[in-house]
Structures are given as structure tokens and as C-alpha cells.
Write a protein that binds this ligand. Sequence first.
Ligand SMILES: N[C@@H](CCC(=O)N[C@@H](CS)C(=O)NCC(=O)O)C(=O)O
Length: 207
Amino acid sequence: MYRLYGVKKWGSLGPQCILEEVGAPYEMVWLSAEDRRGSYRKINPLGYVPSLQLADGRFVFESSAIVTHTTDAHPSALAPRPGTPDHAMYLSWLTWMNAEIYSTMNAAEFLEDEGNTVGDAASRASLAEAVRAKVDGLFDIVERHLGGGFMLGKVVSAADIYLMMVTLWTRPNRRALYERCPNIGRVVAAVNARPAVVKVLALNDLA
Ligand SMILES: N[C@@H](CCC(=O)N[C@@H](CS)C(=O)NCC(=O)O)C(=O)O
């Protein structure tokens, strides 16, 4: 039995979809802001979600590592077999979406955080705008990569589910991104029609 630590609509959403997709037994632990400031720091030093507790009690952190571990441990059509060239492509794109898109969005959110008092408000706002422009450029790269297919080519994979997750946090909203990048919109629509994803979106209060 796994235990997934998360917050609704946050970075636990993708890993939760994958756990549901592969039929792995798991318990969801929804964290409050207080939990994340307190004892949860022993599990994840920055208080970030997600974290996945394994059967032996240890914790996997980083959403892309959780997704990869889950699909490696529970083989399905959602991911290539570990050690193959296709799996190398899978690792590349998952890592890239985490390191580039997710982290850059986090940087923008840090600058936009009302509690941030570093520098002056106008400088933070213009920096945030520049960082958001970088995020748009990263999604443009994904849009061109997809063409008429999916992240790994012709078939849907866990990388497409991860892509759906990171689109949730775009500005001004995800629908504007899907209009600007129709290939991304098409992939997200295909992902969101999968029964396991429908279930997880509902559990995360997303229709
Ligand atoms: N690189 C980490 C990033 C995780 C992350 O940034 N999570 C956000 C939520 S989406 C978080 O927990 N932020 C803490 C906060 O805002 O207090 C991963 O991929 O797991």
C-alpha cells in the first residue's frame, strides 16, 4: 500500500492519476497548510507536495520521480519498459517538464506571492511577467513537439498526464493556453476523458 501526500489541484494530482491508472493500492493524505509548515517538513524538506510513501516506509519526492517509479513498478501501456530507448525519451520529457515548466511556474508564483517582500512590488511584477513569458515559450516548445501526436509519439502515456497537470496552473487560465496551443488542448482533452483521470479530477474538485 502506498501513501500519497498531496493538496487538491497541486502537484500530487498527476501522480494520483497514475496510481489510479495502474490500479496500485494507495491511500491519499490531504495536507493542510499547517501540516506543510510542521511535521511534513521531516518528509519533504521544503514542505512541497507530492511525496509518496513506499511499502518499506521510505518516501519518494519529486513528482516526476513518483510518476516514473509508479509506472516502472506497475508496468502498463502508459509507459515504456525501463532501460529501453523509448523509456529514455519518457525520462527526458518528464524530467524536462518538471525541471523547466513546473520550476519556472513556481518561480513566477514566488514573485507573485503577496507575502514576498524581496525588492519592490513593481520590480517583482515585471520579473514575474518575464518569467510567465518564459513559461509561455516552454509550452510553445511542447506544442511544436506534439504536432499531431502525444508526448511520446503515437500513443498516450503518463507523460501526457503529467503535461495535463502542469497546464492547470497556467495564466490567465488553462483554457487560454489550450486555445493558443491547440495540440496541447487536444492531448489534455484525450487525457481528461480517461476514466481514472475523470475520477481523480473529481477528487481534486476539478470538473
Ligand atoms: N519539484 C517539485 C515541485 C513541487 C511543488 O512545487 N509543489 C508545490 C505545489 S504544486 C508546493 O508544494 N508548494 C509549496 C507551497 O506553495 O507552500 C516536484 O516536482 O515535486
